[in-house]
Design a protein around this ligand. Structure first.
Ligand code: NI
Length: 247
């Protein structure tokens, strides 16, 4: 159930049954030649809404204005500073907790969100009565098995075929012949050092990765993969949420 499609009376009734809420977090940034700008937000939202069907959890509006400074040289990317994002999520947590939402489940779709989200777990940054859980949709083993089976090393780091496949299943397919060629392959070392979207300045990032793909062969994506990935992620996240909420 989407919070934004509820009335306040419905939310008040929900709070008598549950103190949990799912908050999808994505980004609004370039995702290569065939990936949609909203990919991270669309994936997080799709997984959260499917998961909510299984758990009857309430889903908050998706946060899509997040830090992606390294992609600002690609038009369409909108990035806010990590500090602003940090402050925004802290205020969202405090506000929800004051109304009785004390179990907040962040369903993430963008690597650069992880450091500021994890800081929410520091006691000074959240109300005492509030617990926070953070999971990215690719954290779950059944999802990772599918990513390995479908794409192997070509999953890469950005504009991944798995995220593109999910948006193909849920939103739109873009064709572009230039994307059928594999991107430059990244070393294991590169991926380790740059995990969590630790990329350099925007102009250098565009020079290094001119079409926006970072080691990911996006064109291997298929809508049927997306359906399988979405259903694996939603079902794993639903179990994870249900176990956590019952604790
Ligand atoms: Ni992404």
């Amino acid at each position: 159930m989407r919070l934004d499609l509820c009335t306040w009376r419905e939310v008040e009734a929900y709070l008598k049954q549950s103190s949990g809420i799912v908050i999808p977090v994505g980004s609004n940034e370039q995702h290569g030649p065939i990936g949609l700008i909203g990919t991270d937000a669309l994936c997080a939202q799709s997984v959260a809404l499917e998961m909510a069907k299984l758990t009857r959890a309430l889903v908050a509006p998706t946060l899509c204005y997040t830090p992606a400074p390294f992609n600002m040289s690609f038009p369409g990317t909108i990035s806010i500073s990590e500090e602003t994002f940090q402050q925004m999520v802290e205020e969202i947590v405090t506000g929800l907790a004051s109304q009785g939402f004390t179990k907040l489940y962040f369903l993430n779709g963008h690597g650069a969100n992880l450091a500021p989200l994890k800081r929410l777990q520091e006691p000074v940054r959240r109300p005492d009565n509030c617990s926070i859980r953070i999971r990215s949709w690719w954290d779950f083993e059944p999802v990772n098995e599918l990513r390995r089976d479908f794409y192997g090393d070509w999953e890469g780091m950005h504009a991944t075929p798995s995220e593109v496949a999910i948006t193909q299943a849920t939103h739109r397919i873009v064709e572009d012949v230039s994307a059928t060629q594999a991107p430059r392959k990244l070393s294991a070392d590169y991926m380790k050092v740059h995990a969590g979207d630790k990329h350099g300045p925007a102009d250098q990032h565009r020079r290094d990765f001119p079409d926006g793909r970072v080691g990911s062969h996006s064109a291997l994506a298929r809508p049927e993969h997306g359906e399988a990935l979405l259903s694996a992620a939603a079902s794993a996240a639903a179990h994870d949420y249900a176990d956590w909420i019952d604790d």
